[in-house]
Ligand binder design. Structure first.
Ligand SMILES: [Zn+2]
Length: 166
């Protein structure tokens, strides 16, 4: 057994020092001062943890908490702004979900209506064209505009790089 195997087996040895599976670990520790040192440090830490006690709350903790709660409940209701702020700070968002869904539906309706109006105005001479065809035409125009923009930008950068060279 090497030192690395031994040190990873040390917790098992601490939990059950006389277990037969720990025979090789014990044999290594008898011969290796470094691992013996490691075991001693682990044992010191464990006994320290055994002696440690979690601090008890003060005897009047429950009473004080109850009094504080009652005081908060009996306080005059806060102003509307304070109540809104508290609600926004501490809410889980569940009560806003229906409102949010409604708002999104409204946005979709308004947006869709506006788009339909615009496209019917725009395509006054070809009313038989479907919305899909219209969309594709818009995409095509956008693509062309982007390509033109790219060309212009390329020219601009070419010019800019050409100026210092000359
Ligand atoms: Zn060792």
């Amino acid at each position: 057994m090497n030192c690395r195997d031994c040190q990873s087996a040390l917790p098992d040895l601490l939990l059950d020092p006389s277990a037969p599976s720990n025979t090789t670990t014990r044999a290594h520790i008898d011969t290796c001062a470094e691992c013996r040192q490691e075991l001693a440090e682990l044992q010191a830490t464990m006994s320290l943890l055994d002696a440690w006690e979690a601090p008890e709350p003060s005897a009047y903790f429950d009473q004080k908490l109850a009094v504080r709660l009652r005081e908060e409940q009996e306080k005059a209701p806060a102003g509307w702004f304070e109540r809104l702020r508290t609600r926004l700070l501490f809410n889980t968002g569940r009560q806003f979900r229906p409102a949010l869904a409604g708002a999104l539906a409204l946005v979709l309706l308004v947006g869709g209506g506006t788009f339909a109006n615009l496209s019917s105005l725009h395509l006054g001479n070809t009313p038989q064209a479907s919305a899909t065809v219209d969309d594709l035409e818009i995409l095509d125009r956008n693509d062309q505009a982007l390509q033109t923009m790219d060309l212009l930008l390329d020219d601009a950068t070419d010019d800019a790089s050409a100026v210092p060279a000359t």
